[in-house]
Design a protein around this ligand. Structure first.
Ligand code: AMP
Length: 638
């Protein structure tokens, strides 16, 4: 069927006009223990069940099924410029390690359906733990290692994990970061307490163990060296994992994903979008704490039989710990990487390095570089495109979707990219632009609207919000007047050729260096400071990181504002507070003290007006604003 199609328009049309036939064929890309009886059950929209009746396992598809043909081939290539270590696990070795991890988790009481929270740096054991959960049918919940106790505690509370897998620490720029004290504090803050902790000790940071609760991976691994743990055959709809993401409220949402649909979606995306082939090497520079890490460091490349590079460290640091802006290109050369995936911020960092580094290494294996997570600006795209001389493919998606929504399906038809556009809707996605308030569909080129997706969403897309179907429906599916469509909360326009352009978020989510943060979460952390009466956090354009957070604070004691030393001290305290609650990632670039915040007459905070002032843009219509003079003070304090 579509294998004979080389025209993406036909391919796309078939995916939305004959979805059952289309996805039944894609489903052949993975192994099924029991075939499915129904391709798509959307009897109860917006909930969708893909491949009903089918039984499969993500770990089987990522590891076991490759043993026959590629047991000795590298599966995971773990490179750390932080520790100077480089270790390769073949599919055979990975199979063994995953079984040791699965047996260790079982020994700690983990059973099918239990949650296992993984709070780890970019080390091989993090991937072992994810795959071991998939093997057992336990639900993993990976929390980005850069998050601090407060963020971690709210996720422990929501996911209620039986076991937490972690490590003594990570490292950044050669500086060790202790994880265990943050984890202990998070457990103290959470009303849910895990039964056990499984800890990898890298010798990076001291780690105090709680007797009876904390177990060392080295000990359990030793006890299960010859473990053989079979894959649990799971319903296609069985939950594989949850991953938390920020929204408008202070409470992160647990994005929940299935098993069968996700496996098919990833296998299909490796083939049709990334054009990655078994035996080749995929290099994604992301982190397992983000959705890209789930889909395109661990599951996707392995399902496709590719070797996957897992890199710990900065893009500008060599294996000897010394500055080296060519480390990624060195890895491309060494491992003959064919497909690379990174983020615009990383490229902007590399842009400051010696351009000769782009020609120093043999990059002839590389077929394309995919960039995602934030808008790709034209100068960055041009710079890297001219330097690498391979297609630079922007791709737009979200934690919720699990795989690209808009891009170029390079494996189907190598359509040209357009600077500034991530591309066209991917197969299976019925993307539309709608008027934010009237819900009217916008069909004319150049019209700006909210980017929405019609039901049924394709395989791999989030099933619901963990333990909160009402939130899933109300947040995502009921926010456009009179329409039941999935709201991406992004503005977009489409040109006459059908290419989309993303114009930023419609909500208060900000994007710092490709990391999605909710301004509400940062505001809640700052509000916890005893001196803070009111606070507004906005995202402000930044040349390197895309956006940075700026906080405007009204103090309880207004007289402190005039006291420079007191203001400086308070600024430091507030930043430290955010570091401790959420992690350095969320720390505002600046904290400014003001006597009032701009609000509407009904008391709604006008974050957009603050943002416009910070970016020196027109503030638009301010007739609803209570006191326009307040903005003047913000302007002066910038
Ligand atoms: P996350 O869920 O953390 O992956 O963040 C998803 C959000 O990042 C999207 O809703 C967009 O606002 C933004 N985003 C992701 N990829 C792109 C892209 N290629 N171009 C523009 N914005 C993007």
């Amino acid at each position: 069927m579509q294998n004979t199609l080389t025209n993406y328009s036909d391919f796309y049309r078939q995916s939305v006009e004959q979805p059952d036939a289309f996805w039944a064929e894609q489903a052949q890309l993975i192994d099924w223990h029991q075939p499915f009886s129904r391709v798509c059950n959307d009897d109860n929209p917006p909930f969708v069940r893909w491949f009903e009746g089918g039984k499969t396992n993500l770990c089987h598809n990522a590891v076991d099924r490759h043993l026959a043909a590629r047991a000795e081939q590298a599966a995971l290539i773990c490179v750390s410029s932080e520790t100077g270590q480089e270790k390769i696990y073949s599919f055979k070795a990975l199979h063994q390690e995953v079984q040791r991890m699965a047996a260790s988790l079982q020994a700690l009481g983990v059973q099918q359906g239990d949650r296992v929270l993984i709070y780890m740096p970019m080390m091989a054991e993090a991937a072992f733990a994810m795959l071991a959960c998939a093997r057992l049918g336990a639900i993993h919940c990976v929390v980005f290692g850069g998050f601090a106790s407060g963020s971690l505690a709210s996720r422990i509370e929501d996911a209620t994990p039986k076991v937490i897998v972690s490590a003594d620490g990570g490292s950044r720029g050669g500086k060790a970061l202790a994880y265990k004290p943050l984890l202990d504090e998070a457990i103290r803050l959470s009303s849910h307490k895990p039964q056990a902790l499984l800890l990898a000790d890298r010798g990076l940071a001291p780690m105090a163990l709680v007797a009876g609760r904390d177990h060392l991976w080295s000990d359990l691994r030793e006890q299960h060296l010859d473990a053989q743990v079979a894959c649990a055959w799971l319903d296609a709809a069985a939950v594989s994992y949850t991953i938390y993401t920020s929204g408008t409220t202070g409470k992160p949402k647990g994005v929940q994903r299935d098993t069968g649909g996700y496996a098919v979606a990833l296998a299909a995306s490796l083939k049709h979008i990334f054009d990655g082939r078994a035996g080749e090497t995929f290099f994604s520079t992301s982190d397992i704490g983000w959705v890209v890490g789930h889909s395109y460091i661990v599951y996707g490349p392995l399902i496709a039989g590719m070797s996957s590079i897992m890199y710990e460290g900065l893009p500008t640091q060599g294996m000897d710990g010394k500055p080296n802006g060519g480390i990624w290109w060195q890895l491309v050369e060494k491992y003959r990487v064919t497909v690379m995936f990174s983020a615009p911020t990383a490229v902007r960092v590399l842009k400051k390095q010696d351009p000769a580094l782009l020609t120093k290494y043999d990059l002839s294996s590389l077929r394309a570089l995919f960039l995602a997570g934030e808008p790709l600006d034209e100068p960055t795209a041009r710079w890297i495109s001219e330097g690498l001389k391979v297609p630079i493919i922007d791709n737009y998606w979200q934690t919720e979707s699990g795989w690209p929504i808009l891009t170029i399906a390079n494996g189907v038809e190598k359509k040209p990219s357009k600077f500034g556009s991530p591309g066209v809707p991917m197969y299976g996605y019925k993307v539309k632009l709608m008027h934010e308030t009237s819900g009217e569909e916008l069909t004319q080129p150049g019209e700006k609207g909210v980017l929405v997706i019609e039901s049924p969403t394709p395989p791999g897309f989030m099933q619901t919000v963990w333990q909160d179907d009402a939130r899933f429906i109300n947040t995502y599916w009921k926010s456009i007047a009179g329409k039941t469509v999935y709201n991406t909360f992004d503005w977009g326009i489409r040109d006459a050729d059908g290419y989309y352009f993303i114009l930023g978020r419609t909500d208060d989510v900000i994007n710092v260096a490709g990391h999605r943060l909710g301004t509400r979460e940062i505001e809640e952390s700052i509000s916890g400071h005893a001196q803070v009466a009111e606070v507004a956090v906005v995202g402000v354009a930044d040349a390197l990181k895309g956006q940075v957070a700026m906080a405007f604070v009204v103090l309880k004691d207004a007289s402190l504002m005039a006291d420079e030393a007191a203001s400086l001290k308070l600024e430091g305290e507030i930043m430290k507070r955010v570091d401790g609650d959420l992690g350095a990632l969320a720390r505002p670039a600046r904290v400014r003290f003001v006597s009032a915040l701009p609000k509407t007459r009904s008391g709604k905070l006008l974050r957009r007006a603050i943002q416009a002032v910070c970016e020196d843009r027109d503030t638009g219509d301010l007739t609803s604003m209570e006191d326009p003079a307040v903005l003047q003070q913000i302007r002066e304090r910038m």
